[in-house]
Design a protein around this ligand. Structure first.
Ligand code: XLS
Ligand code: NI
Ligand code: NI
Length: 438
């Protein structure tokens, strides 16, 4: 029996199941750090990292960009073949999960009825392959941004008919999610924003978005979806301004509209950097609010101001992300989805394998180092020490809400010599490097 799924035919011939061979291996088609069964801090790497393959980039993307046509030609011709290829790839690379948009997997149609019909058939096709392989659905979503009808947005569209058309896609996607046992459901507001305020009633659009999400939440719960709904923040692109700017903005919006119990955040590294933050910043903001749901693992290019969706290879960034994720107690029902694509000029089939191997190894290594850092507690005790003045006396009273502004003034007046305390950033950075390279 083969250790990967083979459908109508083999779509990635000549490449077998990718195995862990360790950091000494010269085999480029092997993992150097990702050993799915290795136990780190009480859980296997597979359980910690919960990797997912993205259907859109891996099986739909053709390398096209605004200046050039596609360069990557896929051998699959229809929904079934594409699903066969997807599950062959996923079982060869070994991500336990996958993610998709409705029309990545299913044929789009102008009429709602035909769209739904196609989606039902596709759901059955996907379910069959999930059952055959044990691969699970991390999340799905509705693509309500590519079709020209969504040029002015979906749930924020000034035309109610377009909002309703988007609702049909979200409803069908929730139906599919429940059948496929999806563990989360995602909303990424691609065109939920504006290109100029001069023609936009922002207040109305935001109210519509909240109402739309509320209806989706209610429908999802009615049909038995139990997982978290996730909002994926991004500040811009394709809209000039996207309403879901960053973690902090989305948390405020969800709280304002009473959606914070059902919704969490899906943080994408490249979106956080587009918003002028770092990846770990947006993860931390979500985690602090108890709303870190899942992660789109990729990186941007520091020289580019757009969403280049590259596979994560930057250990330092991934390490800082894993430190936040471990402090968060893991990702719960979320995971690390590779919302990333090979470059336009990476045109060999094996490039998709190299890309995923790199991403998985980067996070596996980061997990190991982050868990050592956490376990040894050197850094956390340095952070704790910075705040020790709040552990007792007046500092403690302040935290407990026992002091007035006048009390603070009186304390300051009696406390004449305040020592200068270094933040020790360089030392901490050196300690991290020591963990990385020892
Ligand atoms: C685009 C987004 C998108 C979402 C899913 O920038 O990252 O791919 O993850 O709609
Ligand atoms: Ni994404
Ligand atoms: Ni993105």
């Amino acid at each position: 029996m083969s250790d990967f799924y083979k459908g109508s035919r083999e779509f990635f011939p000549g490449i077998g199941k990718i195995k862990f061979e360790g950091r000494g291996s010269d085999n480029p088609l092997s993992f150097k750090f990702y050993d799915e069964n290795k136990v780190v801090a009480g859980k296997t790497m597979k359980e910690h990292l919960r990797f997912a393959t993205a259907y859109w980039h891996s099986f739909c993307g053709d390398g096209s960009d605004p200046f050039g046509n596609g360069t990557i030609v896929h051998p699959w011709k229809n929904t079934e073949e594409k699903a066969d290829a997807a599950f062959e790839f996923i079982t060869k690379i070994g991500t336990p999960y996958y993610c998709f948009h409705d029309i990545d997997a299913s044929k789009d149609a102008e009429s709602v009825a035909e769209y739904e019909e196609n989606y039902k058939k596709t759901t059955a096709i996907l379910l069959e392959r999930q059952k055959a392989t044990g691969v699970k659905l991390l999340w799905n979503t509705a693509n309500v941004f590519s079709h020209p009808r969504y040029m002015n947005g979906a749930s924020t569209n000034p035309d109610f008919r377009i909002l309703a058309r988007a609702a049909a896609q979200v409803k069908a996607s929730l139906d599919a999610n429940v059948i496929l046992g999806g563990e989360n459901y995602v909303f990424w507001g691609g065109r939920e924003g504006y290109t100029t305020l001069l023609n936009t009633n922002m207040k109305k659009e935001l109210e519509h978005m909240a109402q739309f999400l509320t209806l989706a939440r209610d429908y999802g719960r009615k049909i038995g979806f139990k997982g978290p709904f996730l909002i994926e923040p991004k500040p811009m692109e394709p809209s000039k301004h996207q309403y879901d700017v960053d973690s902090a903005t989305v948390i405020g919006f969800l709280k304002e509209h009473g959606l914070d119990k059902d919704f969490k955040l899906n943080i994408e590294a490249n979106h956080a950097t587009l918003a002028g933050h770092s990846f770990d910043h947006d993860l931390k903001v979500a985690s602090n609010a108890g709303m870190l749901g899942s992660v789109d693992a990729n990186i941007g290019d520091p020289q580019n101001g757009w969403d280049t969706d590259q596979f994560p290879t930057n250990i330092y960034d991934a390490l800082k992300a894993m430190m936040v994720i471990l402090d968060n107690g893991g990702l719960g029902s979320g995971g690390l989805n590779f919302d990333a694509k090979v470059r336009r000029n990476s045109t060999d089939q094996e490039d998709l394998f190299h890309a995923h191997i790199g991403g998985m190894d980067t996070f596996a290594l980061s997990l190991e180092i982050a868990s050592k850092i956490k376990e040894e507690g050197k850094l956390s005790s340095m952070v704790e020490k910075r705040y020790e003045s709040y552990n007792s006396g007046k500092g403690k009273d302040f935290e407990l809400g026992k002091l007035t502004l006048e009390n603070l003034r009186d304390f300051a007046a009696s406390d004449t010599v305040i020592p200068q305390v270094s933040g020790k950033q360089e030392l901490i950075e050196n300690i991290i490097n020591q963990y990385l390279f020892r």
